[in-house]
Design a protein around this ligand. Structure first.
Ligand SMILES: NC(=O)c1ccc[n+]([C@@H]2O[C@H](COP(=O)([O-])OP(=O)(O)OC[C@H]3O[C@@H](n4cnc5c(N)ncnc54)[C@H](OP(=O)(O)O)[C@@H]3O)[C@@H](O)[C@H]2O)c1
Length: 334
């Protein structure tokens, strides 16, 4: 697969693998050996960028995702870039299930988190360490100073912020240069396009999470789809309701038409659209299926011209579509 550079010098595959779904949010977790096999298989398919987090896990093992990624990539250490995240903590005291997550970026918490992540990943440094969510109780400068220290100590080499806004990003970046933001970005959730000029100005990459609107943009989910509400967050996502399938008919047609024109799949078009928009955008679609890993990687080879990307944007701008999980529908004040 072609590669891209995040920030000034972090080279990653143009499409990364989001590993969350192996143990979190998308149904019953994958059995360990199979998850390890699949993640390692992604490397063979050309992925050199893997995204995990301290808090992707199960009730039994809340940090298991990092362990899976660590095991899977143990024999290709140094050739795969691993991103993980700190700054969200399980609120075990709440007594609620699923255990609520609360932001916590206090320096002492980050210090504990980094040691745990290094251990579970089985690495001596983390390639890209994301603050998972902004903690309203902690100033960006305070977080950035910890990142500066961790870089100096060799525990991390690059850092980033997830769901970053302009002010926070500028303040943090002024203390310790940020390599990438990891924000939600897809054809259905384009509200972070307003951050693009800032990313360009500061030379910061965008790692796009949920780039296919949680799978919706693949066009493979129709009416009557059932998701297990206990384990699969899609059960409560507005884009997967029967009503939304009708509301998104024009969007799915747009994807299908462009897919037919480019001899590609709708999933590939949804990724190629952002890949061809800016050279510093790296989507991290998540899948637990080998053939879909190959399909999604193939998006890096689908070329849309600037005119074609603009035409898609214009169509999206004036298109009616359903609400989407975590996003503001385009054209409705985004
Ligand atoms: N920073 C954050 O706060 C944050 C939040 C959410 C996610 N993330 C990261 O972003 C990654 C990706 O986001 P996401 O998983 O939420 O959303 P996504 O990548 O937009 O969609 C994932 C869903 O799409 C399905 N899928 C993937 N490729 C497909 C294909 N070619 N055809 C049909 N279905 C396909 C997957 O199911 P199958 O497994 O069955 O293929 C999965 O259910 C996560 O793994 C995680 O690492 C970060």
């Amino acid at each position: 697969m072609q590669s891209r550079v995040l920030g000034k010098d972090l080279t990653v595959s143009a499409v990364g693998l989001g590993c969350m779904g192996f143990s979190h949010a998308y149904g019953a977790p994958t059995e360990e050996q199979e998850a390890v096999r699949l993640i390692r298989r992604a490397f063979d398919l050309g992925y050199t960028f893997f995204d995990t987090a301290e808090v992707y896990g199960t009730a039994e093992n809340p940090h298991v995702n990092e362990e899976l990624v660590g095991k899977a990539l143990a024999d290709v250490k140094g050739r795969a870039v691993i991103a993980t995240k700190f700054g969200l903590r399980f609120d075990f005291d709440s007594g609620r299930v699923p255990i609520p997550l609360v932001p916590d970026s206090r320096p002492q918490t980050i210090r504990r988190s980094v040691e745990g992540s290094l251990r579970r990943l089985g690495v001596d440094h983390i390639d890209l360490y994301f603050q998972h969510r902004i903690d309203p109780e902690v100033e960006p400068e305070e977080v950035a100073v910890v990142m500066e220290d961790l870089i100096r100590e060799g525990k991390i080499t690059h850092w980033g912020i997830s769901e970053a806004n302009e002010e926070y990003l500028r303040r943090a970046n002024a203390v310790c240069p940020v390599t990438a933001v990891q924000n939600r970005y897809s054809m259905m959730a384009r509200h972070y396009e307003n951050l693009f000029p800032v990313l360009e100005e500061l030379r910061i990459g965008l790692v796009a999470f949920s780039p296919m609107a949680n799978g919706f943009l693949t066009g493979r989910y129709g009416k009557g789809q059932h998701f297990d509400a206990a384990t699969d967050y899609r059960a409560a996502m507005p884009q997967f309701t029967d009503e939304a399938i009708d509301q998104n008919a024009a969007l799915l047609k747009l994807l299908n038409d462009m897919a037919a024109e480019k001899n590609a799949t709708p999933a590939q078009i949804s990724l190629a659209w952002m890949l061809c928009k800016k050279p510093w955008i790296v989507p991290i679609p998540g899948t637990r299926k080998e053939e879909r890993m190959a399909e999604n990687a193939g998006a890096a080879g689908v070329i849309l011209s600037a005119d074609e990307v603009n035409a898609l944007d214009q169509a999206l701008d004036c298109m009616e579509m359903s609400a989407v999980f975590g996003g503001t529908p385009v054209g409705k004040g985004a």
